[in-house]
Each structure stands twice: as C-alpha cells, then as structure tokens.
Design a protein around this ligand. Sequence first.
Ligand code: IPM
Ligand code: MG
Length: 359
Amino acid sequence: MSQQILLLPGDGIGPEITTEAEKVLNAAIERFDLDITTDTALVGGAAYDATGEPLPEETLAKAKAADAILFGAIGGPKWDTIERSKRPERGLLKLRSSLGLFANLRPAILFPQLASASSLKPEIVSGLDILIVRELTGGIYFGEPRGLREENGERVGFNTMVYSESEIRRIAKVAFELAQTRGKKLCSVDKANVLEVTELWKEVVNDVAKDYPEVEVSHMYVDNAAMQLVRAPKQFDVVVTGNLFGDILSDEAAMLTGSIGMLPSASLDVNRKGLYEPCHGSAPDIAGQNLANPLAAILSLAMLMRYSFERADVAQAIEDAVESVLEQGLRTGDIYTEGTTKVGCDAMGDAVVKALLAK
Ligand code: IPM
Ligand code: MG
C-alpha cells in the first residue's frame, strides 16, 4: 500500500517553500522508486479566510489519516487582530495536540559551507551538531487556567505552567534514546531554582536517567543555557526541555547555524507518526517574492523520510543534495555572503532536485 503525505502549505512563504519541498519529494520518488502519494489541505490564515477556522475539520481528518505531514508556515499581520481562538497559530497548536505530537526534534547542524554566515566566529560554531528535544503538547502553551480577566479595575492576563510526571517521563525517554544514538550527552534545561514545575522536571529526568547509564546527564537553568548556547555551543549534544523554553532556545540555536532558514523539525507521536516543518515562521515581509530559503522545508522532508518512513538512505541523499548545492555556492538572501551566488527560492529548489537526480 502506498504511503500518504499530507501537504499543509499555510501562509506567507509557506506555499513557496512547500512547492520546492514537493519538487524534491517527486525527485526522491523517481530516484528511489518510492510508493508515496500526496494530498494538500488548508491550514492557518489561508484556512480561516476560506472556512472561518484555522484548522478546518476536513484538514484535521486528512491529517489523522495521513502517514506523515509536511507543514509550511502560518500566520501574518492580516490575522493578528482577529479573535484569539481563530488565529492561525491556534490551528497549528490544535493540530499538534489533536495528533498527540509531543516530541519536537529540532536539530541545529552547521553545514561547513555556511560557517561564515553565522553571527558567531567560525571556530565557535564549526562542526556544530546539537539536537533540541522540545516537549510540544504540554507546559504553559496548554496549561489551564489561562485567560484575561478584570481585577480591581484593570486587566490581568494569566497562564499556567504545568507538567505531569508521565508527560516529563515520555519526553525524557525520547531524549535519552536519541542521545544514545549520538554523542551520549543529555542536558536537561529547567528553572528549578524558581519554578516548582521544573523542579519536578529535573527529578523525573534524573529518575529516567537510571535506565540509560551510558548517557551522561546534566542540568542547566534556562538563563544559563541561553548564555552557554552563544558562548560555547559545542558543549551540547542533546538538549531536552519544556515547550516554552524549547521554543526560545531553538530559535537561538538556529541562528548559530547561519540562518533560521536552514532548520528543519520533526514533531512525533508515540508511534513516530509525524508532522515535519521548518522552524522558521511565515515571513510575510518576503512572501510571494521568490526570496525565501526552501532548505529548511527540504531538510524537513529528509527528517520525514528518516523518522516516519524509516528511509535513512533517502534522508541522507536529500541532505547530501542540499550540501552539494551549498558547495556549488548557491545561496538565498538569508545565507548570502560575498563571493557566493544569490538565487531565488525556486532556483534553490531546482538545484537540489538536480543534485538529487545526478547521483
Ligand atoms: C514554533 C513557533 C510556534 C510555537 C508558533 C507559531 C505557535 O514559534 O514552532 O516554534 O510557538 O510553537
Ligand atoms: Mg518558535
């Protein structure tokens, strides 16, 4: 039976980068003779405009039926002022929670060709290979109570940061398993000096650690982790943390690699069914101008092949093709440096296709 990928292009630069990822998918299907079919659905602001909902029932049903999802990006100023529950971001959050995509893998890998695109000195970042494992369906993003209320004649906003032992345990296990296949170092990031919820986080991580004696575990407060990431990022191998800290630290880690336009991610459920998306947003300022970097979307497709379809060979071939276009000196604006060749989103996608089929 053929495997199904649902494409959710979304808003802003989402459709452009998803088109390029789809071209690369078709090239992979051709080269490896894969039996994969695709379907497309609306999400985010585009879905709101067409149906009044950022995650229409039809899209959710298709997402549940698919074997894997390739997601573009969502949001934009056009929808910033609509009712909160209808905003594009809510569509993505509902998708993550409805599908139980609790494990978010965000690798920050520096392609050697981009060492000079990083804002840090090349010797600090060369050879960088960090994996951030972010809990994605709990914590302050979903905690209740939440909201806005009137108190003593003024407005008060509130959210709840909450984690159960079982939620911490299952993300910690994923992180330890991954650390075992890599550098065998796991750093758990918390704010246990102030927040009880992360005091529990630390305790549970230490408990899970007993099952993985070969992994060296350490703990770091989130403020220190933010500093260490720019001071000496290569001290990290796998980092595990909660939803909000992971959101912030993964953007920071992305910039170490030269551009957030390079970073893919995987969001997995307990069965490794996954949603794959670039870490970057919808970049409305450059949307529709053929300026976006499609490589994060293309590398997200590689992660899809690796984690959901268990085709490490296909994943590696796509990653090699990306490395080869960088080696050729092709750069979108976000990773451009003097002496390289500036290309648009579609030319970048075409070059990856060509490299993938040239093998
Ligand atoms: C991310 C994004 C999302 C998040 C937004 C768009 C809701 O920033 O995937 O990191 O905060 O999780
Ligand atoms: Mg984010």
